[in-house]
Each structure stands twice: as C-alpha cells, then as structure tokens.
Design a binder for this molecule. Structure first.
Ligand SMILES: *[C@@H]1O[C@H](CO)[C@@H](O)[C@H](O)[C@H]1NC(C)=O
Ligand SMILES: *[C@@H]1O[C@H](CO)[C@@H](O)[C@H](O)[C@H]1NC(C)=O
Ligand SMILES: *[C@@H]1O[C@H](CO)[C@@H](O)[C@H](O)[C@H]1NC(C)=O
Ligand SMILES: *[C@@H]1O[C@H](CO)[C@@H](O)[C@H](O)[C@H]1NC(C)=O
Length: 456
C-alpha cells in the first residue's frame, strides 16, 4: 500500500466517532443546485461490542461544502455488535431497525433520498471473517438487506481494514480539532500551521496507533500517504488485532487458567463461573487452548489481587524478542519512534479515568500510571466495591485494563518516560467549547498525550 493516496479533498467529510472505533467517509461533491440548505449523512459504526448510529449534517452550499460537519443526532443500537449474530444473521439486521426508524424522523423527509447511508464494521467482524467467512458474509448480507429497505441513499456495508480504521481515526480526530483547516474570523478558510496529533484508539477487539512521521515505513503495510486540503501527509499506522480491551481480557483469563488456575488480575474475594466455550471461541485465545476441553463445562475462577503476577501475565502479551526491521514496537511490527503529541480515546480514556476518579490516583506520568495499576491490582473485591459501587459489571477488570494500557504505551509503543505527560479531557460536544479551547485545555503545551472521551 505504499504511496497509496487517499484524497479526502473537498468532497468533504463525514466523521463518525464511536466508543469502539471511528469511521470517516467521503461525501462526493455533486453539482449542487438545491437552494442553500442542510445535507445529511448517516453512518453506522459497527464495533465489536456494539453499533452506534450517527446522523451528520452540513450546509449544502458550495462554500461550506468544505465546511464543518456537525453531529445532528445519534442512536445506540440495543444488543451486541453485529458480529455477535453469527448464528442468527437476520437478527443483526433486525437490531438496527430501531435506530433506522429514528433516522427517518431525524432527517427531514424531503432529504431522505439524498442522504448517504454507510455501515462500517471493525475488528469484531474482522475476527468473525477469520473464523467463519461464511458467517461474516451472511451478517453483512442481512444488514444490507435491512439497510436497503430504507429510503436513504445506501452506499454499502463493509468491513474496514485495520489500516483504514487507524487512518480514519487519525483524520477524524485531527479534522475535529481543526488541525487541517479552519474557518477564520475574516470569513475565509485557512490552513492552521499547527502540526497534527497522533491518534490511539483502544476498541473491543483491536487497537490502533497512527501518527505523522518523516521516517519512511520499512513495511509498506504501515504507511499511508494522504492528501488533505492540498497538503501531503505521510502517516504511520498499525492496527493490532486481538489487542482490543475485550479480547485482551479474554486472553489474560485464558492464560491465567493455563498457568495459575486462578486470576492474579482479578480482586481477592471475587470469583465467577467461566463457560469455556465463551472463552475459547475467539481466535485470539487460540494459543491458550487446552488440548482437550469440554466446551459446555464451566470452571470456577477466583481472583487473588496479585499485582506482580498480573504484571507478568500482561507482559506476556507483548513479544519483544524478534524484529526484522531497524526497529519495532512489538510482535515484530515496524514502528518509527513515536513523535509529537498524541490523543487517545475510547477505552484508553475510560481506563485512565477510572484510576483517577474512582481511585483518586495521579496518572500524569508513565511511572504514576504503573503505580496506579499496581495499586488497583492490590485492591480486594470489597475495597473496589466501596470505591465504585455503581460500576459492578466492569469493576473486576479494571486492574487488567490498567496494566495493559500502561504496558502498551511504555513497552509496546515505546513512549519515553521523560517526555510522557498525560492529561484527561472529557470533551462534551453540547457544551459549546470550540475545538481550539478544548484542545488547549486538553493538551497544554508540554503534554504528550491527551485522552478524550468523545468528539464533538
Ligand atoms: C458558511 O458557514 C459559515 C460559518 O458556519 C456561515 O457564517 C456562513 O453564513 C455560511 N455561508 C453560507 C453561504 O451559508
Ligand atoms: C474476509 O477476508 C478475506 C481474506 O482476507 C477478504 O478477501 C474478504 O474481503 C473479507 N470479507 C469481507 C466481507 O470483507
Ligand atoms: C461437559 O460438561 C457438561 C456441563 O458440565 C456435562 O453435562 C457433560 O457431561 C460434560 N461432557 C463430558 C464429555 O464430560
Ligand atoms: C499491597 O497492599 C499491601 C497493604 O495492603 C502492601 O503491604 C503491599 O506492599 C501492596 N503491594 C503492592 C505490590 O503494592
């Protein structure tokens, strides 16, 4: 893919941000003869754990065609991600109906036929396509069948590659922060001369890192050249399949069962029944499959609150032993040194935010992040419950999540302890702060990494 030029120019931009991934799609410019009015676009962001629908709007007039796309409304699809309907594909289509009905109401009726509708699926469907290409094709067929029953301009339902996902996330983030283009007070578009921010996304099934770099990629799969608003960008990107939060938790549980029969990352006093079929159905846990197991059996697994064993378990996720390039992140994947400022979103945010707010721990440096992970992993179930009584469902997994995030950033991506500074920002779209204000509030001057809960 070296030299691939994605021209995302004036056919500007529909951006969708979800918890489990981001999509960015181009809206082809047509000769617009309609009177100035609003145009709409609908994006279904089909992540591994859930699907979100976003309705966007932007001014239809020419000048503002390069303009700012705003979010009009959104809808969370009830139930799991579309990949969870492998055994019942028509259920995947059916699950979208409620949100699509909302879209019918949100977009003015006379605009329905001219409103593009896309569905982009991410790593959950990439995994399903690995284990069962037939099942993933049936799921896509089923959602296509549902989507074509609506009066919108359906443009397709497809599985995004990891590279697409990483680059879309990067473009979306920088677009929303107006790093590419900005509408100035003099009433003209200009290009702000600030650099771009690297983007890190932690979804349910995969994690992406994407940043601008001057260093040519030694592996062409990691390089994308983009032309945006007349500027050229050389972008490094990589998506690690099976390194999303949910898959990491499954892999850690599988290796805990394999090596300990208990879970050092779970809190002492916590225990649960694990259905082996659920644990071993993912291709991500394949390396930990026992030779034989009874898939309908359940095993009882208890936590031991052992920070040191947990840290060791997590470090087993990163293979630093082999690299055929001049430098690698992990698992033999080429990566130039991380450079510039970064933003991280989705599960990165929720993980670090928990350490800070529920645990009251400082998380500005990598060392603090590590100490915080050790501290949360040293809590008993009863202690955790008193700290975050309303977060029962995910509480037992914050230790593993925090350990993973800390190691991914340090051992994995090679962030430098001296330059690393972390800040958390909750960007609330409706509260009206301009992207600039949000950016400066979040980034400060010396901060390498900002964490955002959501965009807009
Ligand atoms: C384009 O957008 C700007 C800013 O949102 C607005 O002030 C201007 O009136 C728009 N231009 C037209 C022709 O509608
Ligand atoms: C599933 O994976 C195969 C092999 O990588 C690929 O050719 C195919 O396009 C994928 N299916 C979909 C629906 O993307
Ligand atoms: C597998 O586990 C189920 C549920 O515990 C049990 O009913 C069944 O007898 C087991 N099968 C074998 C072959 O052990
Ligand atoms: C865990 O907490 C105990 C006290 O509750 C402390 O003695 C121990 O050093 C802690 N261990 C780690 C690894 O932080």
């Amino acid at each position: 893919m070296a030299g691939k030029v994605l021209s995302l120019l004036p056919p500007l931009v529909l951006a969708a941000a979800g918890l489990s991934g981001l999509l960015l799609l181009c809206v082809p410019t047509r000769d617009v003869r309609e009177p100035p009015a609003l145009k709409y676009g609908i994006v279904l962001d089909a992540g591994s754990s859930h699907t979100s629908m976003f309705v966007y709007k932007w001014p239809a007039d020419k000048e503002n065609d390069t303009g700012i796309v705003g979010q009009h409304s959104s809808c969370d699809v009830q139930g799991g991600g579309i990949s969870s309907y492998a055994d019942n594909p028509s259920g995947a289509g059916q699950s979208l109906v409620e949100c699509l009905e909302q879209a019918l109401r949100d977009v003015p009726k006379e605009r329905h036929a001219g409103t593009p509708l896309y569905l982009g699926a991410t790593a959950g469907m990439r995994l399903l396509n690995l284990t069962s290409p037939e099942a993933s094709a049936s799921v896509l067929e089923a959602v296509t069948q549902t989507l074509t029953q609506y009066p919108f301009d359906f443009r397709g339902a497809r599985i995004l590659s990891g590279q697409d996902e990483g680059v879309f996330g990067w473009v979306t983030a920088n677009y929303l922060l107006e790093n590419f283009i900005k509408y100035g007070w003099v009433g003209r578009w200009f290009r702000p001369r600030k650099g771009t921010l690297g983007a890190m996304d932690l979804g349910g099934a995969s994690t992406q890192i994407t940043f601008e770099t001057a260093i040519p990629a030694e592996d062409p799969a990691n390089e994308v050249k983009l032309r945006l608003y007349g500027q050229h960008y050389r972008v490094y990107t990589h998506s690690f399949l099976c390194y999303g939060r949910d898959q990491v938790l499954q892999r850690l549980l599988a290796s805990a069962l394999q090596t300990h029969r208990f879970h050092p990352c779970w809190p002492r006093g916590y225990s649960t029944q694990v259905l082996l079929q659920d644990l071993y159905q993912s291709p991500c846990t394949e390396a930990q499959w026992p030779q034989t197991f009874n898939s309908s059996a359940r095993v009882s697994v208890s936590g031991t609150s052992d920070p040191v064993l947990c840290r060791d378990l997590v470090s087993g996720l990163f293979d630093l032993s082999s690299c055929t390039f001049s430098r690698c992140s992990f698992n033999g994947v080429f990566q130039p040194p991380v450079a510039g400022n970064f933003i991280a979103f989705s599960a990165f945010y929720y993980t670090v935010d928990f350490l800070r707010t529920a645990m009251g721990l400082p998380v500005a440096t990598l060392q603090q992040l590590e100490a915080a992970a050790m501290a949360i992993c040293n809590q008993t179930w009863a202690e955790l419950q008193t700290r975050a009584p309303r977060q029962q469902a995910r509480l037992a997994d914050y230790c593993a999540g925090a350990m993973f995030v800390q190691q991914l950033l340090s051992r994995g991506y090679g962030f430098d302890e001296r330059s690393f500074r972390l800040r958390l920002c909750q960007v609330a779209p409706s509260q009206g702060a301009s992207p600039d204000a949000q950016r400066s509030r979040c980034m400060g001057s010396s901060h390498v990494l900002g964490l955002f809960a959501s965009w807009f």
